[in-house]
Ligand binder design. Structure first.
Ligand code: SF4
Length: 450
């Protein structure tokens, strides 16, 4: 279409899109050094720019940007791998298998995904329909999944329904019989690591007419999902919930999303006995900028502590190989994916890294209706047009390709032939906290030694 045939609104959107896309290409080149005030200690400026590079090229950067660890001084950032000497690496001509199964029980449908991750629940309202669509497109392309979050199921997602998980959370916003029937996997969200014990809260600013309609509410009113499910106070109650959705969709696999309280291991075992196929442990570093910092930093246990705790307890109980353990909330890089698997998870669930691939700078303005400068966490009709779903899907696709390539490299250098062999191999990790503290005195902090 010729530019002069566009409406003024379309012209403005095109101009902003072009400027943003140019920025995503230019900043990671470091021609102007790193942009000021970008990111934080976990999602550093380097990690954000490196994610943009991967979303552009499908490969990690080669210009010195740190793409493996952040500068938090803890957790993933002080762990590295115990790689074997080069002569013991699995030869390059052998393909490393990165697939995992999402059902380890001897009944119900078999679902295998070719990479050990899928997309996290982010609701319509917290993000735009364009972003949901971009994520669904890439989920189909990679034969993995994305998740609706709690906010309804936009019509545009229906063609991708074999790759869309329906989330059922306490507010039941947008949950309908057909959205349960469509889903190969139903996710019960009992809690969220970024704000455990607080439920969900969509500020009135973001409850536009279309969001309100999808949630069967009225516009511009704050919408709360209470904590907890007031119908669930025991494993038996939990099982009744699962029986309820299985009555509607007998073939669905059941995932249970919980946060990381001190007794998270007991919660996981209870979920298994209630009938869950997948237990999602959501650590405290996830969530968009709409989650309060005080909750993120002070309530839940980091995922790096919760996963080994749950993994060990499931082994003690003799049920580890009958349930799939997925980690979420703070997985930023391919190295993080490999580390959380070595700590005991089967795989992980990605949310923020996909938003970063689409331009997020971690500015924490997500809760405001017109706050997101990149049109990601908004449902404003104009702002959300800054992201074209096809453009978004291509960027996430290239990020996935880069992650898979790096993951294969890590597994190969550990002398393993598939990612499933890495699960729970904590002895393949090294704690380098002391070295990290010394490195932090330098300008860019801890760097991986591989
Ligand atoms: S407002 Fe947008 S850019 Fe800022 S943290 Fe939220 S998603 Fe990222």
């Amino acid at each position: 279409m010729k530019q002069n045939s566009l409406t003024p609104e379309a012209l403005i959107i095109t101009k902003h899109q072009e400027a943003l896309h140019k920025g995503f290409r230019t900043w990671p080149n470091l021609a102007f050094d790193r942009p000021p005030a970008m990111g934080d200690a976990r999602w550093t400026d380097d990690l954000i720019l490196a994610t943009w590079t991967q979303a552009e090229t499908g490969r990690p950067p080669e210009n010195g940007l740190e793409f493996r660890v952040g500068r938090s001084g803890g957790g993933f950032d002080v762990l590295t791998f115990k790689f074997l000497p080069r002569e013991l690496w699995v030869p390059e001509q052998e393909t490393i298998d990165t697939s995992i199964s999402l059902n380890r029980r001897p009944y119900d449908q078999e679902i295998e995904i070719p990479v050990p991750w899928y997309g996290a629940g982010m609701s319509y309202g917290s993000i735009s329909e364009q972003i949901m669509l971009a994520r669904a497109k890439v989920a189909r392309q990679w034969s993995t999944f994305t998740c609706t979050g709690e906010g309804g199921y936009p019509e545009s997602l229906v063609p991708y329904r074999d790759h869309v998980i329906t989330q059922v959370a306490t507010g039941m916003f947008g949950v309908r019989e057909e959205t349960i029937m469509w889903a190969p996997i139903i996710e019960f969200k009992y809690a969220q690591g970024a704000k455990p014990g607080l439920g969900g809260h969509l500020l009135g600013d973001k409850a536009t007419a279309s969001v309100a309609k999808m949630r069967e509410s009225v516009p511009w009113i704050s919408l709360f999902s209470p904590f907890p499910f007031h119908s669930v106070y025991s494993v038996e109650d939990h099982k009744k919930h699962i029986d309820w959705v299985k009555t509607i969709n007998p073939g669905a696999l059941i995932s249970v999303k919980v946060s990381t309280p001190a007794d998270v291991d007991m919660v996981a075992v209870g979920s298994y006995y209630a009938g869950a196929h997948i237990i999602q442990i959501d650590g405290g570093y996830g969530g968009t900028g709409a989650a309060p910092e005080i909750a993120k930093k002070n309530i839940a246990m980091p995922i790096e502590l919760a996963i080994p705790k749950v993994h060990r307890f499931l082994i003690q109980e003799g049920i580890r190989d009958e349930v799939v353990l997925m980690a979420s909330g703070g997985i930023r890089t391919a190295d993080d994916i490999a580390k959380i698997i070595a700590l005991g998870a089967d795989g992980c669930i990605l949310g923020t890294s996909e938003l970063v691939a689409l331009g997020c700078t971690r500015c924490s303005n997500c809760e405001r209706g017109r706050g997101c400068p990149f049109g990601l966490t908004t449902t404003d009709p104009q702002l959300s047009q800054l992201v074209d779903p096809d453009w978004g899907a291509e960027r996430i696709d290239r990020l996935y390709a880069s992650y898979q390539m790096q993951l294969r490299d890590i597994v190969r250098r550990l002398g393993l032939r598939n990612v499933r062999e890495l699960r729970g191999c904590m002895d393949l990790l090294i704690y380098r906290g002391q070295a990290n503290r010394k490195e932090k005195e330098g300008h860019y902090g801890a760097r991986s030694n591989h």
